[in-house]
Design a protein around this ligand. Structure first.
Ligand code: NAP
Length: 288
């Protein structure tokens, strides 16, 4: 390994657990392919260690880092500046360090919107039905509103996340022109009617994720109009029950694999100013 030098820039992932992450593979392969003198490492840091870990990375002059659940909200509070999506969600998964000044970004929503573009769709000015109001759903809500969706309806159970979604929606309404409603997922008539007048349906809940292979918030394919784009941000399994119904209904559909890729690609671009060679990374780590 003669790639690491005395000047190698440090990037990485903070959180617990982190050892399963695909991020070191994709970032280090991209740095090498682009001839960039950076390295990406995983740091096992729990919530109680997060602040001292951030101070340490700052003192060492790290270029930036990612942060996984459950620490994204705490990371937002440790940053000096926030992007609009990070401010809207109060949640940061990517930090850029400019001489000790930390700017926090939320690239999950950008990752989703880039995966949508990658799949060949443009829903600017369109209507989205978004299932879920957890961390990933709110990141998508924020970015989709910023990127020019005309209308987004979020459906969730009446839980703490429901209230969080109302707060994020209220904030976004002051910063974007998007019309946003937060509705009860148990209002089945409203759910069906809203889906049927949407351009795109997104499942951003855990429902359908392995081992819950039969889980699906939509009862059958008749709920899905043929022209509508259907997406599931779950990538295990590759084809959830919802995507099977989309196939049966003749809808275009895609899963969450490339959201994962593109949230990393955006972090890479923010740290280096260079586009990640996504075709190579896809081929190496996101096939099969
Ligand atoms: P989270 O913060 O825990 O949110 C989970 C969401 O699912 C909440 O809105 C929750 O509602 C809802 N939910 C769970 N069980 C439900 C049920 N039985 N009926 C209705 N709603 C239900 O999790 P997250 O981080 O947002 O992740 C959500 C999913 O996205 C996971 O499958 C995760 O793997 C996937 N994900 C994918 C990517 C990617 O890059 N592709 C990135 C992040 C996450 P309540 O609040 O009411 O419980």
């Amino acid at each position: 390994m003669d790639r690491i030098t005395g000047k190698t820039g440090l990037t990485g992932l903070l959180g617990r657990p982190v050892s399963h992450s695909i991020s070191p593979l994709m970032h280090n392969a991209a740095f090498e392919a682009c001839g960039l003198d950076y390295v990406y490492l995983c740091f096992d840091a729990g919530e109680e260690e997060l602040e001292s870990a951030v101070n340490g990375l700052k003192a060492l002059g790290a270029r930036g880092w990612n942060c996984t659940m459950p620490d994204k909200k705490k990371m937002a509070r440790l940053c000096d500046h926030l992007s609009l999506a990070a401010a809207a969600t109060g949640s940061v998964n990517t930090v850029v360090n400019e001489g000790g000044v930390l700017t926090g970004y939320n690239t999950d929503g950008i990752g989703y919107m880039m995966s949508l573009k990658d799949a060949g769709f443009d829903v600017t000015g369109g209507k989205m039905t978004l299932l879920g109001a957890g961390g990933a759903a709110l990141s998508i809500l924020a970015q989709a509103a910023i990127d020019g969706l005309a209308e987004i309806t979020v459906f969730n159970r009446r839980s703490k996340s429901f209230e969080d979604a109302v707060a994020v929606a209220d904030y976004l309404k002051t910063k974007t022109d998007c019309r946003i409603r937060v509705c009860d997922i148990n209002d089945r008539e409203l759910l069906k009617e809203t889906i049927q007048s949407s351009d795109i349906l997104v499942n951003a809940t855990n429902v359908g994720m392995a081992p819950d292979l039969e889980g699906c918030l939509i009862p059958d394919a008749s709920w899905l109009p043929r022209r509508m784009i259907v997406s599931d941000i779950i990538y295990n399994p590759r084809e959830t029950k919802l995507l099977k119904l989309a196939k049966e209904a003749g809808c275009p559909f895609f899963n969450g694999m490339y959201m994962l890729l593109y949230q990393g690609a955006e972090a890479y671009r923010l740290w280096t100013g260079v586009e990640m060679p996504v075709a190579m990374i896809k081929q190496r780590y996101f096939t099969g």
